[in-house]
Design a binder for this molecule. Structure first.
Ligand SMILES: NC(=O)NCCC[C@H](N)C(=O)O
Length: 400
C-alpha cells in the first residue's frame, strides 16, 4: 500500500461495543471522549460506515473478530492474559486471581475483558482477603476499558506491505497496541506480514502518518507524535526501504489538532482537504537517508516541501468550510478527516455540509455518513479506519 488514495481493498475497523458503556461524566476526559455517546446509535452509525465501504467493494475486517481468532491460539491466549493484568495496579495476590480466571475463559470472553475492561465487582470471587479489592470502589477499573480502539488508524498504520504498530502517547490508549500485536503476531491472515516500529519506540500515532505518494511520508509532530518518534520512524522506514523522504510537520499541540489527519487528509492523488489556517502556517522538515544516517533540510512551507517530495508541480488544496468560523466548526467536527476509497472518492461526516460542498465543487465524490455519536470521541472516517490494502496509484511525477 503506497498511498492514501489508491482503490481501497481491505480495511480494519473496530465496531464499538461495551467499552463505550464504561464512559461516565467522571471519566470521559481521561478516556479522551468529549461527551457520553449513545452506544446503540454509535453502533448503528458504525454499521452504516462499514456498509458504505462494503457497497464499494471494500473488504472490512472487524478488530474484535480478528482478536478472537488470534486468541484461539494458546500462545496468544497467554499473551492476552499478560496484556490484561497489570500487577502494579492489582498487587500480586489479586493479579494471580485475575490471571488464573482469564486463563480459563474462552477467546471471546478474554477479548471482551481486553477491550471493555473489568471493574472490581466483575472480578471472580476468591478465597482470602485482598486489600486492593477492599480499598477500591466496586465500579473502579481493575482492567481499563479501551473506548478509543474505535480509532484504528492510530494504533497501527500500513506502509507498503508492512504493518507499523504505533507507540501511543496517551495513557488511556497505550494498551491498545498490545491487541494489535496479538492480531498481527497470531492471526493466520498476517502470518507472512512484515512488522515495523512498535510500542517500545518513541511516540508515533498512526493519525500523524500520511502516505503522500509512493515513498513519501508526512509525519505530524504535536500532541501525540514527538520529534523523537518522527525521527525514529523515519530511520525505520529508510532502513526497511519503505520510503525515500519523510516530512516532519509541526502541528499545534492542542486537542482540536491532535493528529495531522485532523487538519489535512488526501482526497485525490494530488489533492488534500485542509484547514485554511494550517494551509498558511504548516511547515516541514525534510528527512532523507544519508548513507545510513539522517539528512534534515528545512523548514520550508509544507505545501512546497510536499510537492517537491512528491515530484509534482503543486498539491491542490481544498479548504474546510466557507468562512473562518464555519471552517473552525467543521475542522472540529472532522471535516478534514476524510477516508479516500479511490482517487477522488472519499467518505466524510454528513454534518460538514460546507466542506463536503467544496469537495464536490472540486470534483471529489463524497459518500456521507452519520457521525453524531461516533464524533463524540473526536475522530472521523480517517481516524476510524486502518487501510491494509490499496491498489497502487499511477506514477504522478513530472517527466524527467
Ligand atoms: N487520528 C485521529 O485524529 N484520531 C482520533 C482519536 C480520538 C481519540 N479520542 C483520542 O483522543 O486519541
Amino acid at each position: 500500500m503506497d498511498s492514501e488514495v489508491g482503490r481501497l481493498r481491505t480495511v480494519l475497523l473496530h465496531r464499538p461495543g461495551d467499552e463505550l458503556k464504561r464512559l461516565t461524566p467522571r471519566n470521559n476526559d481521561t478516556l479522551l471522549f468529549d461527551s457520553i455517546p449513545w452506544v446503540a446509535r454509535a453502533q448503528d452509525e458504525h454499521d452504516q460506515f462499514a456498509d458504505v465501504l462494503r457497497s464499494r467493494g471494500v473488504e472490512v475486517l472487524l478488530l474484535t473478530d480478528m482478536l478472537c481468532t488470534a486468541l484461539a491460539e494458546p500462545a496468544a491466549h497467554e499473551a492476552g492474559v499478560r496484556a490484561a493484568v497489570d500487577r502494579r495496579r492489582l498487587g500480586t495476590d489479586l493479579a494471580d486471581v485475575v490471571s488464573s480466571h482469564l486463563s480459563s475463559v474462552d477467546a471471546e470472553s478474554l477479548a471482551h475483558a481486553l477491550i471493555a475492561g473489568m471493574t472490581f465487582e466483575e472480578l471472580p470471587a476468591a478465597e482470602g482477603a485482598s486489600l486492593v479489592r477492599k480499598m477500591n470502589h466496586p465500579h473502579d477499573f481493575a482492567i481499563d476499558p479501551l473506548p478509543n480502539l474505535l480509532f484504528t488508524r492510530d494504533s497501527s498504520v500500513w506502509i507498503a506491505d508492512t504493518a507499523a504498530v504505533a507507540s501511543l502517547a496517551m495513557p488511556a490508549r497505550r494498551r491498545e497496541t498490545s491487541l494489535l500485536d496479538l492480531i498481527y503476531d497470531h492471526h493466520p491472515r498476517f502470518a507472512d506480514t512484515e512488522l515495523a516500529y512498535g510500542s517500545h519506540h518513541a511516540p508515533v500515532e498512526g493519525g500523524d502518518v500520511l502516505l503522500l505518494a509512493p515513498g513519501v511520508l508526512a509525519i505530524g509532530v504535536g500532541e501525540r507524535t514527538t520529534a523523537a518518534g518522527a525521527e525514529s520512524l523515519a530511520r525505520s522506514v529508510f532502513a526497511d526501504d519503505l520510503a525515500h523522504t519523510v516530512l516532519a510537520v509541526p502541528i499545534t499541540q492542542r486537542r482540536a489538532t491532535m493528529h495531522l489527519d485532523t487538519v489535512c487528509t488526501m482526497v485525490d492523488i494530488d489533492a488534500v482537504v485542509m484547514y485554511p489556517l494550517a494551509r498558511d502556517e504548516l511547515i516541514a522538515y525534510t528527512l532523507r537517508d544519508d548513507n545510513g544516517g539522517l539528512r534534515v533540510d528545512g523548514p520550508t512551507p509544507f505545501l512546497t516541501a510536499a510537492a517537491d517530495a512528491m515530484d509534482i508541480d503543486h498539491l491542490r488544496v481544498i479548504d474546510t468550510g466557507l468562512d473562518p468560523v464555519t471552517a473552525e466548526r467543521e475542522q472540529w467536527d472532522d471535516g478534514n478527516n476524510t477516508l479516500a476509497i479511490a482517487p477522488g472518492t472519499v467518505v466524510g461526516y454528513e454534518r460538514n455540509v460546507e466542506t463536503n460542498a467544496r469537495l464536490e465543487q472540486d470534483g471529489i465524490e463524497v459518500l456521507p455518513i452519520a457521525g453524531s455519536e461516533l464524533g463524540s470521541g473526536r475522530g472521523g472516517p480517517h481516524c476510524m479506519s486502518c487501510p491494509i490494502s490499496r491498489d497502487s496509484i499511477p506514477y504522478q511525477g513530472k517527466p524527467k
